[in-house]
Design a protein around this ligand. Structure first.
Ligand code: BYC
Length: 309
């Protein structure tokens, strides 16, 4: 059986494509693009929450937030490693990001103005991320799928810690409730945007679904997220900022209003509230950390030389 035939058989049988297997060049490039974008999102995603580490209201909250932000760095590492199995180096991917030739998730271009935003990010942003990533555990590329399994376990802790922050605020003073509502108002629509454009507008969906890189479509995942999240908002006693949101008994799903797609594309194209700041900070941190990477490489080389002596 030739490579192409074997590849088709693996996809049809819902088995995993592994790094040594033959794969179409388009499949490899699509995975590199998506996994790199995912990795960059995890790393840039440390910034909005990192912003609150020094200001978390208690020592316990600070320790939890530090652990969460550290987890995101770890997720970035798993994902860069998964991308490297496709024959591209992490340095190259970082360079492409810094040159603006690869993307990261639109959601991280919004500011975190209050402590409640940390709750909203855990609840909504990690909640949206889990919805997407649980589906991706079934992706056809083995290393990406396995990275997702581990990441989802950690994300579910992240989601709960965010929801718990929201619960405390929603049951707190009037001022705290108002903070929680304000965070929901600002993060609701950007969270729905995380799932990408409508299926009809999505450039890559048809091919990615045929290759089973994407097991579920953008719109179906967004609907899943809305259906799961509305009852959680009701439990908190908070109002989702969408006048068109209502249960549709016929469909068995919530109907919801239209996303502001102009805003989405503006943010994706680099003109969101925090795009410039996020990238400037990322590049500065990369440059400041050069000596650490150089020292690690020199140390590894010394150890290899010592072992072979
Ligand atoms: N933001 O054809 P489409 C986390 C782009 S981090 C920016 O549907 P695709 C966390 C898309 O790239 C978790 N760009 O694309 C971390 C494409 O542009 P190009 C992040 C977006 O790839 C820290 C164009 O629009 N999760 O959880 O088939 C703290 C057309 O879109 C976005 C992932 O990265 C967007 N939202 O589907 C807290 C999940 N949406 O490349 C939490 C992995 C679309 O042609 N990624 N674009 O120039 C995916 O599942 C898919 O890539 C997407 C998009 C569903 C996002």
């Amino acid at each position: 059986m030739d490579g192409e035939e074997r590849f088709r058989e693996i996809i049809a049988a819902d088995e995993k494509v592994e790094p040594g297997d033959w794969m179409p060049e388009g499949y490899r490039q699509t995975l590199i693009r998506q996994i790199a974008q995912h990795a960059h999102s995890e790393v840039i995603g440390m910034q909005p929450e990192g912003n609150w580490i020094t200001r978390a209201p208690t020592l316990k909250r600070k320790a939890i937030l530090m652990a969460k932000v550290q987890d995101e760095a770890g997720h970035g590492l798993y994902l860069y490693s998964a991308a490297e199995t496709l024959g591209v180096s992490r340095d190259e991917l970082v360079r492409l990001l810094h040159e603006g030739r690869q993307k990261y998730s639109s959601i991280f271009n919004y500011p975190t103005l209050t402590w409640a935003d940390i709750g909203a990010i855990g609840w909504l942003v990690d909640g949206a991320a889990i919805t997407n990533q649980v589906a991706l555990t079934r992706t056809s590329y083995g290393p990406y799928s396995r990275a997702m399994v581990r990441i989802c376990k950690e994300e579910s802790f992240h989601q709960r810690q965010g929801y718990e922050i929201m619960m405390v605020l929603a049951r707190g003073s009037e001022e705290q409730r108002a903070m929680a509502q304000d965070a929901l108002d600002r993060f609701w629509w950007p969270s729905l945007m995380m799932f990408g454009p409508h299926d009809s507008e999505s450039t890559h969906s048809d091919q990615s679904m045929e290759w089973k890189i994407k097991p579920v479509s953008n719109d179906d995942l967004r609907q899943q997220f809305v259906d799961a999240t509305v009852p959680q908002a009701e439990y908190l006693g908070l109002t989702i900022p969408d006048p068109d949101l209502r249960w549709n008994a016929e469909r068995g799903h919530y109907d919801f209003g239209e996303i502001d797609w102009d805003e989405f594309w503006r943010v994706v194209k680099g003109h969101g509230p925090m795009n410039r700041e996020r990238m400037a900070h990322k590049i500065e941190a990369w440059e400041r950390g050069a000596w650490v990477r150089e020292a690690a490489v020199a140390h590894a080389a010394k150890r290899t030389a010592a072992r072979s002596a």
